[in-house]
Design a protein around this ligand. Structure first.
Ligand SMILES: [Zn+2]
Length: 110
């Protein structure tokens, strides 16, 4: 009971979203576990925390890099199998979300 009270208070006092989250884009958070912005403000270059490579592109590229999906970006040679799976799942989720969005749009046109 006390536990719940404390938790609620903490929520009330926490800012709705930190400036950091806004800068990086609050809808795409998982990728930032694996990389940092090189130039905050320009935000088109990210540095991989595992292998220290700098990738040009957004966090989407970073996830492909960690997941070792070939084609668009050089693969990370230091990403752990767990991180590879996590990033692969995150990429699949984004794709599913996009497909659902398109479906809804198509339906609304009928
Ligand atoms: Zn890397």
């Amino acid at each position: 009971m006390i536990y719940v009270l404390i938790f609620n208070r903490m929520e009330n006092f926490a800012p709705p979203c930190s400036s950091d989250a806004t800068l990086k884009g609050k809808f795409d958070n998982i990728g930032w576990e694996y990389g940092d912005l090189v130039d905050p403000g320009k935000s088109q270059r990210v540095k991989c925390k595992s292998c220290k490579r700098v990738l040009s592109g957004v966090v989407f590229r970073l996830k492909q890099h960690i997941a070792r999906i070939k084609g668009n970006v050089i693969s990370c040679d230091r990403s752990t199998p767990i991180n590879q799976v996590k990033c692969k799942r995150a990429l699949e989720e984004v794709r599913n979300m996009k497909e659902n969005k398109r479906k809804t749009l198509e339906e609304s046109w009928e």
